[in-house]
Design a protein around this ligand. Structure first.
Ligand SMILES: [Zn+2]
Length: 173
């Protein structure tokens, strides 16, 4: 499924981009946040919860009581996309796809970062490069230098890295 003509304003000019969703999960297009975003484990004021909202991009983590309201202290620099398919052992099977055509410029050699195993694709807009990052992978299926097309499968979803387990397996993109 393609996201047609997502309009992004960057440094003034407006670009019309033809983006591909990063996995087969299309719940985002239906406004189904709970179906699209992976939950976070939250322990706040003695309450254990698993809100899906914590998987969104932006200030959605580390709630703090501020006066009569709640503020979120930690910024999440990406989206956590939940898997659609798991095998009998509970491991995610979803394919990870390039959101735009480009060139793979980095693949983790060790998988030992906070992001676990991850890769980066560089896209050219005509006005400087733009990068997309795919993290917590089970495995990358491309190497640095590989040219990829829109929607090309580049990896398999996993749960490598810190702060993630099999239950919360997701693609951070
Ligand atoms: Zn994330």
């Amino acid at each position: 499924m393609r996201l047609f003509y997502l309009i992004l304003a960057l440094n003034g000019p407006i670009y019309a981009l033809d983006l591909h969703l990063p996995t087969g999960n299309e719940a985002l297009l239906k406004g189904d946040g709970a179906g699209y975003f992976q939950f976070v484990d939250r322990n706040f004021e003695g309450q254990q919860t698993t809100p899906w909202e914590g998987g969104q991009f932006g200030f959605w983590r580390d709630p703090r009581r501020v006066g009569s309201g709640i503020a979120y202290a930690r910024f999440h620099e990406g989206m956590d996309v939940k898997p659609l398919q798991r095998d009998a052992k509970g491991n995610p099977l979803d394919e990870v796809k390039a959101i735009l055509a480009g060139e793979v410029v980095y693949v983790t050699p060790s998988g030992k970062s906070n992001y676990g195993s991850y890769l980066v694709i560089k896209h050219d807009w005509g006005e400087g490069p733009f990068y997309s990052l795919y993290a917590h992978l089970k495995e990358a299926l491309v190497t640095a230098g590989t040219k990829v097309t829109l929607g090309q499968v580049v990896a398999r979803m996993g749960y490598t890295g810190s702060g993630i387990d099999q239950r919360r397996a997701h693609l951070h993109v």
